[in-house]
Design a protein around this ligand. Structure first.
Ligand code: GLU
Length: 435
């Protein structure tokens, strides 16, 4: 068994399953992009510019494994654009990742940063590997060699990675150290999501969940539902799902369903989230064996009767096969791409309010921006300041997109794309094309 089994045997570890309907994430993204481009009457040249990443890099990562053999992994970094500023986006370690998926995720980051008004372009990175099968030493070698191969791509003013699926603050620390060894100075602004002791930001770990809660409360307000009367189902009990559950529970919401890799857990009167968190802590990272709820399947969980459904686990979870069975009044996309474009249309017809991922989970990149600012100033904020500014930025973004939605009579997702594409294309027009 590998030395880092604790990290990857927990619900934080996610392995993407096969896509449930036939759409690729890139097609899903492009479908939404095309719709917004039409509303904005984007000209053909601008359309082409924004549908192609400015840079896609593939590298080989040779590693001497613990058994003495050499193994070569493949690594990617895609910069979708750097119009608004240096590009920003996570780095994921997953066994089935493809460059197409990374391209879609990089474009999503462009729209996400534009939506919450942080001055970054969009990027994403990945290494095709299964961290569950790697020792801590092998994982460190992969990370350091990946960083060295990307030394001209990343940088505090160029492109700034962050944690994503199956990567964490230790991996960010290795990236920062490797980059700093090459530049011969401490460059902590080269990555975000670092340990606090290395220049990480207070509140970064909780930021995505906290942002999800801020927009959930805004959505409830629009629907005229009181937080303490609201029934919530959350898919995923990792970093995003568990923080979201705890903060909503503290506000008096009834969390009727939660889930992780071990399945779904349901209680019509509401689950005691403190108990669930304690169980996870004491049982080595999963909800397995949790007694405070009835055991159900992950499929049943999504179809529970509730006011708010928060998919905070994997992509493509709500698709054309199960969309018609959803009973929630609002869906808040804690994960990236949990609803396929096909399912979107069905859910819109059913009158369900969807808070799209590029708004709902943007709390993470917002506090990444705060971390980058703090690193560059060498002056660190209190957690209270981080949280207040995060809440304000998420609330402002929600209100702004809601106005765009009302103005064009479109969905909030379409509004998010319209706003983001308009912002990036306006900026690009002013900057002009360098030849
Ligand atoms: N991986 C996160 C996301 O998908 C965070 C990215 C960042 O902080 O740069 O939004």
């Amino acid at each position: 068994m590998s030395q880092n089994k604790d990290l990857y045997s927990s619900p934080y570890y996610k392995e993407p399953g096969p896509p449930l309907d036939k759409e690729s994430p890139f097609e899903s993204m492009m479908e939404r992009f095309r719709f917004a481009a039409k509303i904005l009457e984007l000209d053909e040249g601008m359309f082409q510019y924004l549908s192609n990443p400015v840079k896609s890099v593939t590298v080989s990562i040779p590693i001497i494994m613990d058994n003495g053999n050499i193994r070569v992994f493949e690594g990617y970094r895609v910069i979708h654009d750097n119009v608004l500023g240096p590009s920003k986006g996570g780095l994921r370690y997953t066994p089935n990742v493809t460059i197409e998926e990374v391209k879609a995720l990089a474009a999503w980051m462009t729209w996400k940063c534009a939506v919450v008004n942080v001055p970054f372009g969009g990027a994403k990175g990945a290494v095709r590997c299964n961290p569950k099968e790697l020792s801590l030493r092998e994982l460190e070698q992969i990370t350091r060699r990946y960083t060295a191969e990307m030394i001209e791509v990343i940088g505090p003013d160029r492109d700034i990675p962050a944690p994503d699926m199956n990567t964490n603050e230790q991996i960010m620390a290795w990236i920062m150290d490797t980059y700093s060894m090459h530049s011969r100075r401490t460059d902590n602004a080269v990555v975000t999501g670092k340990p606090i002791i290395l220049g990480g930001s207070k509140g970064r770990k909780e930021a995505t969940g906290r942002g999800v809660v801020t927009v959930t409360l805004e959505a409830l307000n629009k629907l005229g539902i009181m937080a303490n009367k609201c029934r919530v189902v959350i898919q995923g009990f990792g970093n995003v799902g568990s923080v979201t559950a705890r903060l909503l529970y503290e506000r008096g919401a009834r969390i009727v369903g939660i889930s992780d890799v071990t399945g779904g857990y349901y209680h019509p009167d509401g689950i005691d989230i403190d108990q669930a968190l304690l169980h996870v802590q004491e049982s080595g990272g999963t909800l397995y064996g949790f007694q405070g709820a009835e055991k159900i399947t992950n499929e049943e969980l999504l179809e529970l009767d509730c006011d708010v459904l928060i998919p905070a686990a994997l992509q493509d979870q709500i698709n054309k096969l199960n969309a018609r069975n959803i009973k929630a009044r609002a869906i808040i996309e804690g994960a990236n791409g949990p609803i396929t474009a096909n399912a979107d249309t069905i859910l819109d017809d059913m009158g369900i309010l969807i808070i799209p991922d590029i708004l709902a989970n943007a709390g993470g990149v917002t506090v990444s921006y705060f971390e980058w600012v703090q690193d560059r100033h060498g002056y660190f904020w209190t957690e209270d300041r981080v949280n207040r500014r995060l809440n304000r930025m998420m609330r402002d973004a929600f209100q702004l997109l809601y106005e765009v939605k009302e103005k064009h009579s479109i969905t909030l997702r379409q509004a998010a794309y319209v706003y983001a594409i308009q912002k990036v294309s306006d900026t690009l027009r002013i900057r002009g094309i360098y030849a």
